[in-house]
Design a protein around this ligand. Structure first.
Ligand SMILES: Nc1ncnc2c1ncn2[C@@H]1O[C@H](COP(=O)(O)OP(=O)(O)OP(=O)(O)O)[C@@H](O)[C@H]1O
Ligand SMILES: [Mg+2]
Length: 243
């Protein structure tokens, strides 16, 4: 297994308020790492800092064997931001075609990929409607389909299943499992604790630090509780009592 993401002692403050207080995190090829933590804990900030959208105050981020920030490797990463960035006046298919071409996919390969990723997110029947008329969940699904284009070796998904119904959520996680088995590395943030159970390792971000990072069942054993939701609540309670 090669290491795809390696974060070392990453620190970031906003207006002298520390958000990341020394983040160490790795993601290897062929594994799904879940990043969980309370709202405002800094999950999106970890992602933005590692990708170079925010400047780290100190520490190091290596992604796909490259010191970050480095915009040249961004094309190799399937990134889905927490906020959808879509062209609303275009159709779903036109958005997929545009972003596919940006990833240098073209012709019959692009057509085949659009067919596949649209099936994964169940958007096939809505592909020729304008995105302005999509529901919130449909926009989320389109963003996920865009991130999946081009068979990226690394997927970074910031709350990919918000607004997605349970059946489709299961389908999406099934697809993530297939991609992981093909060697893809996946870093995914979520507030859905049943999704965190499906990861290979889960990192718990509390108070600007990763306070636990292990296989979900190992964390449950270590905390002596039955679910990751209980791990989360117990760890959060411990952190508040320590303050
Ligand atoms: N550009 C910014 N300027 C100032 N403060 C920011 C900025 N971006 C994030 N923050 C602050 O940093 C903290 C972490 O935000 P972040 O969005 O990373 O949290 P999160 O864990 O992703 O939360 P959520 O689960 O709600 O998405 C918050 O207090 C937020 O207000
Ligand atoms: Mg966030």
């Amino acid at each position: 297994m090669t290491t795809t993401i390696s974060l070392q002692a990453l620190q970031k403050s906003f207006d002298s308020h520390p958000v990341l207080r020394g983040i160490n995190l790795t993601v290897k090829s062929g594994e799904i790492v879940g990043l969980i933590g309370p709202s405002g804990a800094g999950k999106s900030t970890i992602i933005k800092t590692m990708l170079g959208m925010e400047r780290a105050d100190s520490g190091q981020a290596r992604v796909l064997n490259t010191q970050m920030p480095n915009r040249l490797i961004l094309g190799q990463i399937g990134y889905m931001a927490q906020t959808d960035a879509l062209y609303e006046s275009l159709t779903g298919r036109e958005n997929l075609t545009f972003f596919g071409r940006m990833k240098l996919i073209s012709g019959t390969q692009l057509k085949a990929e659009i067919t596949h990723v649209s099936q994964v997110v169940d958007l096939t029947d809505d592909l020729d409607k304008r995105v302005a008329g999509y529901s919130g969940g449909m926009k989320r699904r389109l963003s996920l389909a865009i991130a999946l284009l081009g068979h990226p070796k690394l997927l970074i998904l910031d709350e990919p299943t918000v607004g997605i119904d349970p059946a489709l959520r299961r389908q999406v996680w099934h697809e993530l499992g297939i991609l992981r088995d093909q060697g893809c590395s996946i870093l995914v943030t979520t507030h859905v604790m049943s999704e965190a159970e499906l990861t290979d390792r889960v990192a718990l971000l509390i108070g600007g630090r990763i306070t636990a990072f292990d296989h979900p069942q190992k964390l449950e054993q270590a905390y002596g509780v039955p679910t990751i939701e209980d791990v989360f609540l117990k760890a959060e309670k411990e952190a508040t009592t320590c303050e």
